[in-house]
Design a protein around this ligand. Structure first.
Ligand SMILES: NC(=O)c1ccc[n+]([C@@H]2O[C@H](COP(=O)([O-])OP(=O)(O)OC[C@H]3O[C@@H](n4cnc5c(N)ncnc54)[C@H](O)[C@@H]3O)[C@@H](O)[C@H]2O)c1
Ligand SMILES: [Zn+2]
Length: 361
């Protein structure tokens, strides 16, 4: 088993990564005998892993709540259902929430933990690649509002994260690729050697070879943990993790969240940001082609739809909460593995970058 420490003073915690570790007694489940535990999962993941997860919690007073599956249920209504359940089982401040599922369950269960009785412990068991490498680490929790994604939430760090790569065996191929987009993102903005490694191991990654997958997840988490340790509340360097995301969010909004998985939109968004970095002369020509080849080897899309209006993209980006005070604050790259926060792109340059990434109709 591999471990990564997220170093946040008294909120520090360990991420455990291994194969077949779920279901065993484990230091991640340091819950006192007899204490109340609520496992929150969904209709897809619970039949696959709920019973195994319960075995790891033998001795505790374990309850479970199974929610419907999907981003459309990441709402106040379903957050309320978690709170209702905690009240029903008479959970006190020493209770623990265990989130078993992808980023939707992790974010919403995490926010229930952040808000119930002003904050209780929670343990993340992420079961999608995206949530293993990204969403489960760093303490961002919350749910969506009809006016925007993740508008309600809190920073609330988990007590531990347990990544069992066995769970990836049941993950649909498209979801696996979407998770790889976030892996490429972290390599592109802060780890040039990792980017080389991903290129050299792309075939083994797509074959989900356990050793290679474990190394990849560990390195992604270690990178994210370093960023979070430096800037827990995103007042600086943590914004680099939004590489490709301003464009991705616009694309997701304009296509009604139905055409792309988040990671797919991020892949396209990174291509736009890469092209813009080249166009601005910030990084050498060739970077975005390199990025494109890697993303393509992970079966990710590179192009924006041909019929998408660039004005609409820009308008939607203005609504994106990550763009401050009307100036296009974007994450660009200076070289492979070196992201920067930049506000000096002009509208015409952004439009040109979008157009280069638009599929020819
Ligand atoms: N908190 C953060 O820092 C952070 C970072 C990135 C994304 N997110 C959030 O994460 C969410 C996206 O997460 P996601 O991509 O994991 O989506 P998801 O939680 O919707 O999971 C994707 C699909 O895979 C299914 N699934 C999960 N594990 C499975 C398994 N092992 N086998 C088979 N099916 C499985 C789920 O039921 C779902 O249908 C978004 O809401 C996003 O806002 C949060
Ligand atoms: Zn993302």
């Amino acid at each position: 088993m591999q471990t990564v420490k997220v170093d946040l003073a008294d909120r520090s915690y360990m991420v455990y990564i291994g194969s077949g570790i779920l279901g065993k007694q484990h230091p991640a489940f340091d819950v006192t005998t007899g204490s109340t535990v609520l496992i929150v999962s969904n209709e897809t993941v619970a039949p696959l892993y709920m019973e195994t997860a319960k075995k790891s919690l033998a001795g505790a007073d374990v309850h479970s709540l199974i929610l419907p599956d999907g981003e459309t249920y990441k709402t106040m209504e379903y957050w309320s259902k978690i709170i209702d359940k905690l009240i029903e089982i008479r959970a006190t401040r020493d209770a623990t929430i265990v989130t078993l599922g992808g980023g939707v369950i992790g974010d919403m269960g995490g926010f229930a933990a952040a808000s119930y009785m002003r904050g209780i412990n929670f343990i993340q068991i992420p079961t999608t690649l995206l949530s293993q490498v990204d969403a489960s680490v760093g303490g961002k929790t919350g749910f969506n509002h009809p006016m925007g994604k993740n508008l309600i939430g809190a920073f609330h760090q988990p007590g531990a994260v347990l990544v069992d790569i066995e769970t990836l065996k049941t993950l649909p191929t498209r979801e696996f690729s979407a998770g790889l987009a976030e892996v490429v993102k972290i390599a592109a903005i802060r780890d040039a050697d990792f980017l080389d490694w991903l290129e050299n191991n792309s075939v083994a990654i797509m074959a989900r070879e356990p050793g290679v997958i474990t190394s990849m997840i560990k390195r992604s988490i270690a990178n994210k943990a370093d960023v979070v340790a430096e800037d827990e509340r995103e007042s600086g360097v943590r914004a680099l993790l939004n590489f490709g995301h301003s464009f991705a969010h616009a694309l997701e909004t304009l296509t009604g969240y139905t055409l792309y998985l988040h990671g797919e939109a991020v892949a396209i968004g990174m291509m736009v940001a890469g092209r813009l970095s080249e166009l601005r002369g910030l990084c050498a020509t060739g970077f975005s082609n390199r990025l494109g080849t890697l993303l393509q080897s992970f079966d990710l899309p590179l192009d924006l739809p041909a019929n998408l209006d660039t004005t609409d993209v820009l308008e939607t980006m203005k609504l994106d909460k990550k763009i401050i005070a009307g100036s296009a604050r974007l994450i660009l790259v200076e070289s492979a593995g070196q992201g920067i926060i930049d506000s000096s792109s002009e509208r015409t340059q952004i439009v040109a970058a979008i157009k280069t990434c638009q599929a020819k109709s």
